[in-house]
Ligand binder design. Structure first.
Ligand code: PEP
Ligand code: MN
Length: 367
């Protein structure tokens, strides 16, 4: 249930509505919008009687939220969320490219790759310090030393850094060093990790689980937002299918569906979807053509010597081609479909491309 305040509602009127909701034993979560504040009612078990709130001062209307992912849903926030990380913006109207090696292997290697990807078009540097590897015998990452190298990369290049927190134990440390904390595909439904991310003030890059439905993915994002962290970036990275010509199958139809269902930015990881570098550039072009807000790509200066995911890591020149090509596609997309978007104020939000109304069988919320 959403209590929508009138345009220009006073602070004390919003506070009054929050108190009225909480007096009934629910949680009230105000969501500032472009033109008006809406207050989302959380933790109600069963339907809420709208009449309880319609008569309150400055309340415009009380409307149901039909999706189970309430805070993540476009119903509760029609405007797109744009996330600011340092000087970089992620969300509608921006195409943010994150690039770097799968794993941080050495300081000199990380710095070299960082300089190259920055020069060729990346805005954010990626690199794992803690690696979730299938084999316990495979390189597990440099741990805190890797995080320190990432901090050095940031100070030398000015690029924000994204890196994975593989478990609860390392979250504090990763959060301390990273600008964006990645929750990997294998952890998408690690609910205690999601709750921990919800307590953080750092942005979270939430990858789609390799066997997760879109609804499960958005519900995972809801855990983070329910905890109080609104800075969630969704990342499609391919799902497991019968195909063996690629590591995973990139589900590009997820991008427009997520954009209709949610106000959160959605980016694509073509590298872990493909598994082979020759597929990465074509998949990136396609991802940008379907309207993703960014890419996260593995690049290595010597992929054949990489300690992890060398086969899918691009050579620097391939990354350069990728950036050039996707920039052209993003330009076409912007002029053909984004016309009329008020994406000129940098701070927080722009108008949604369009309202939702897409029926794909999500479970109804208990409104
Ligand atoms: C990664 O980005 O390094 C990674 C392990 O990705 P995923 O969780 O998507 O497999
Ligand atoms: Mn990898």
């Amino acid at each position: 249930m959403l209590v929508v305040m009138k345009k220009g509602a006073l602070e004390e009127e919003i506070e009054g509505a929050v108190c009225a909701i909480e007096q009934k034993g629910f949680t009230a979560r105000p969501i500032p919008g472009g033109e008006r504040v809406a207050i989302c009612i959380l933790h109600n078990h069963g339907p809420v009687d709208a009449c309880l709130f319609t008569q309150l001062p400055a309340v415009k209307e009380v409307i149901p939220v039909t999706r189970p992912f309430k805070l993540v849903s476009r119903e509760s926030r029609p405007c797109d969320t744009i996330i600011e990380v340092g000087e970089v913006l992620i969300g509608n109207g921006h195409l943010t490219v994150m690039a770097g090696p799968c794993a941080i292997e050495s300081e000199s290697g990380a710095l070299e790759i960082a300089r190259v990807v920055k020069e060729r078009g990346a805005q954010i540097f990626r690199g794992g310090a803690y690696k979730p590897r299938t084999s316990p015998y495979a390189f597990q990452g440099l741990g805190e030393q890797g995080l320190k190298i990432l901090a050095k990369v940031r100070s030398e290049t000015g690029m924000p850094v994204v890196t994975e927190a593989i478990d609860h134990e390392v979250y504090d440390l990763v959060e301390h060093y990273a600008d964006i904390v990645q929750i990997g595909a294998r952890n998408m439904q690690n609910f205690s990790l999601l709750r921990r991310a919800g307590k953080s003030r750092k942005a979270v890059l939430l990858k789609r689980g390799m066997a997760a439905t879109i609804e499960e993915w958005l519900m995972a994002a809801e855990y983070i937002m329910e905890g109080g962290n609104n800075k969630v970036i969704l990342c499609e990275r391919g799902v497991r299918t019968f195909a063996n010509h690629s590591r995973n199958t990139l589900d590009l139809s997820a991008v427009p569906v997520v954009k209709q269902e949610s106000h959160l930015p959605v980016i694509v990881d073509p590298s872990h979807a493909a598994g082979f570098r020759d597929q990465v550039v074509p998949l990136s072009r396609a991802a940008v053509a379907v309207g993703c807000h960014g890419l996260i790509v593995e690049v290595h200066n010597e992929p054949e010597k990489a300690l992890s995911d060398g086969a899918q890591s691009l050579y620097p020149d391939q990354f350069f081609d990728l950036c050039r090509q996707v920039e052209t596609i993003a330009g076409i997309y912007k002029t053909s479909t984004n016309q009329g978007c008020e994406n000129d104020h940098v701070v927080a939000e722009v108008r949604a491309e369009k309202e939702t109304g897409y029926g794909i069988g999500f479970l109804p919320a208990k409104i």
